[in-house]
Design a protein around this ligand. Structure first.
Ligand SMILES: Nc1ncnc2c1ncn2[C@@H]1O[C@H](COP(=O)(O)OP(=O)(O)O)[C@@H](O)[C@H]1O
Ligand SMILES: [Mg+2]
Length: 407
């Protein structure tokens, strides 16, 4: 037997695996690295987060990715070079992370790399007849495997698309395995660049699990703060939004888009929710471009309200279809948006009957959660894969991840 296949077999037979999950989302804030000790698989999965770090991207790295990120027309050489460069860069960051935390390399069974989404194109966004759902992540797994000399699983979203899904959200699988609790209806709400949630029924029945994106999380606020203050990457602690007032006409125009008429589950990205999206809404209502500081703060506050209302409405609509009341739910937040005091305050006001927590209250830091979930997907690929979610739209019962051997 090929030595690498033998090693792979041995890893799949272990009771406990050490996996480093990597996540770098649409916010382009940095790479999240989560060293997880995972025991079991499927609904028996137990995970301990041993080390976690977000390595912030430098402005040069962000600009490199932004040269192609969510753009319809790009330079093909830049794209090709970035796929290899980012894989090596992420590999080098893993090596640094291991050294810094004094983790011996031979303790690590696998890397689970999400990669960097450069274009997300579900059919509800591309509208091209006869073309399938599609999504693309770069930072190739072979480069990570060779740079780290570690088994690497990557490119998880393609199988989801191949099996009839839209490539997102994938958090639902890990959410179900580690956060389901019998007797408690839970909503795991991730506030990243795009917001999504997973509904975990008190019955723990995989057939009743539900997941969807809701629209923008932080992506519009981030894009506009960069426009107003080029050296800032986000509105820290909602400082600008906190000084503004909601502009009702603009809010209404922002909410008038086909995406919000489509049935759940659905997925989206900055390909839709971008600067132009807001400019078009301003144009529609004849609003002049914000110039004074007050006008800029009002826009920031309105964008936060747009996120909060669309998230709250998505949750309420799904609960109504489930014939349950909001007060029966606990909401556990994760992602950078959970640090935005105005966004979280508005969510709590709009969903006043629900009780709010962070995934930190369940033992997994909300900042690390997405990276942990990819470690769990890799664990499933290596040793699980027997959980069935029924014939569900958006949650195909599949294993995900491509395997790269280090040599
Ligand atoms: N203290 C804070 N105040 C306001 N927003 C914050 C704060 N910390 C993080 N964020 C937001 O969270 C984003 C990063 O969230 P993250 O979960 O990493 O998203 P992604 O998965 O898209 O990378 C930042 O771009 C910013 O918008
Ligand atoms: Mg991030």
């Amino acid at each position: 037997m090929n030595n690498q296949i033998q090693k792979l077999y041995n890893i799949s037979q272990k009771t406990t695996r050490h996996i480093i999950g990597l996540m770098s989302g649409t916010s382009l804030d940095g790479l999240d690295l989560a060293h997880c000790r995972i025991t079991g698989a499927g609904a028996d999965t137990q995970v301990e987060l041993l080390h976690f770090e977000t390595v912030d991207y430098t402005i040069e790295t962000k600009n490199r990715i932004r040269a192609i990120f969510a753009k319809k027309n790009i330079d093909f050489q830049t794209f090709t070079l970035l796929n290899a460069w980012l894989g090596r860069f992420h590999g080098a960051l893993i090596n640094d992370f291991l050294k810094k935390n004094k983790i011996p390399k031979d303790r690590i069974d696998a890397i689970a790399s999400h990669g960097q989404t450069v274009f997300h194109a579900p059919s509800i966004l591309h509208h091209i007849p006869d073309m399938p759902n599609a999504t693309l992540q770069i930072g190739d797994g072979d480069h990570i495997a060779v740079t780290t000399n570690l088994l690497t699983l990557s490119d998880f979203r393609q199988k989801h698309v191949a099996a009839g899904g839209a490539g997102a959200p994938l958090a639902v699988y890990g959410d179900y395995f580690i956060f389901s609790k019998r007797g408690e209806n839970r909503i795991l709400l991730n506030l990243g660049g795009i917001a999504n949630f997973t509904y975990l029924p008190a019955s723990c029945d995989a057939n009743e699990v539900f997941t969807t994106d809701t629209g923008t999380g932080n992506t519009l606020s981030d894009a506009w703060i960069r426009r107003f203050l080029p050296h800032e990457s986000y509105d820290k602690d909602g400082a600008m939004a906190g000084l503004g007032c909601v502009l009702p006409d603009l809010l209404k125009a922002l909410k008038t888009n086909d995406f919000f008429q489509k049935s759940f589950p659905k997925t989206t990205g900055p390909e839709l929710f971008n600067i132009e999206y807001v400019e078009q809404a301003m144009e529609k209502i004849g609003m002049p471009y914000p110039k004074t500081i007050d006008e800029k703060c009002d826009l920031m506050r309105t964008l936060v309200e747009f996120s909060a209302e669309t998230i709250a409405e998505a949750i309420e609509n799904t609960l109504i279809t489930n014939h349950q009341k909001v007060c029966d739910f606990k909401i556990y937040m994760s992602g950078g948006g959970m640090h935005h005091p105005i966004l979280t305050a508005r969510l709590q006001a709009l969903l006043e009957d629900a009780s709010f927590y962070k995934t930190d209250d369940l033992g997994i830091s909300g900042d690390a959660k997405e990276a942990v979930l990819f470690a769990i997907l890799a664990n499933e690929c290596l040793a699980g894969g027997t959980t069935h979610f029924g014939n569900r739209q958006g949650i195909p019962s599949i294993s995900m991840g491509k395997i790269s051997f280090p040599n």
